[in-house]
Design a protein around this ligand. Structure first.
Ligand code: ZN
Length: 95
């Protein structure tokens, strides 16, 4: 079973006139994680390692920088073996 984890956080100190307040940031994190999850589930539904039968584990790290007001997203994929990792990354890069 595909496992998806999110690690979202903010960095830096907020501007006086911040574009997003704490509530809006929370909404942004929720919406972003929902759309990422939907995309991953679509791409990786029922994808398991042919040799070991394991599903991938994916961790998405999102950092919202309050200085620049930009969100930085990073994907980290964990798999049982290198061969399967290559396959999962290839699937993820397919649009
Ligand atoms: Zn494997």
């Amino acid at each position: 079973m595909l496992e998806i984890n999110f690690d979202f956080d903010t960095e830096g100190s907020a501007h006086e006139d911040a574009f997003l307040d704490a509530y809006e940031l929370d909404m942004l994190f929720q919406q972003t994680s929902q759309s990422i999850r939907a995309g991953l589930e679509r791409k990786l539904a029922d994808v398991t390692c042919a040799e070991h039968g394991n599903a991938p584990r994916i961790t998405i790290t999102g950092r919202y920088d309050r200085e620049t007001e930009q969100m930085d997203l990073n994907y980290h994929v964990d798999t049982c073996c290198q061969l399967f990792l290559v396959r999962v990354v290839k699937l993820l890069n397919n649009v």
